[in-house]
Design a protein. Sequence first.
Length: 228
Amino acid sequence: MDRKGGGTGRSIDPGRVSEARVAANTEVAPGMYRLAFPRTFDFIPGQLVALTLDPSVPARFYSISSGAAEPMAEILYDLVPEGLLTPRLARLAPGETIFFSAPFGSFMDGENPACWVAAGTGIAPFVSMVRSGLVRDKILVHGSRSIAGLLERGLFTALLAERYFPCCSRESAPGVFQGRPTEWLTSHPLPAVPRYLLCGSSRLVVDARDSVIGKGAPFSSVIGEIYF
């Protein structure tokens, strides 16, 4: 399983760093932000970038959430009040400078059927995939503690329709399963697909992996990306 999103950072090679001006930085749900900057690189949906405000300071890794052909690159991030980077990111205004690496990572999907499971800002790579047109035969189990935290719920509802299963553990709403994504997996038949892509906290990824493998999915068919 790949790991990203926080914890110990990694310095960006000063010789390979790129600079951009912030285009927008919006709180899209309580404590959850979308940062946009002009896209000057190609990437494959599911890849991430290392991001920092100073190339001499260790960066943090964030999945790209925008579509592969869109003019702006976007990331989603959680404000961690005691964190070294996100409190500063949350204060960024349009026109201020960020530094980022070239896209990297192997958490990607193809055209074959797949079941995606994500919670919180772990939804970012799947937002990118859907915005890039990767929607056919995809099932998404999407979790959040709050209804507002089901980021891009409207997008997924429109494009995945009956293959989109929003889940909320602390609030209720029509059409939303009350519980965690792992509880949805436990209480529903295992989707009959060749691949399962899981993205979110270590608890979500491990519990979801154990659930789908326990229901008969081969270990080799489960791919996890952990935010920590």
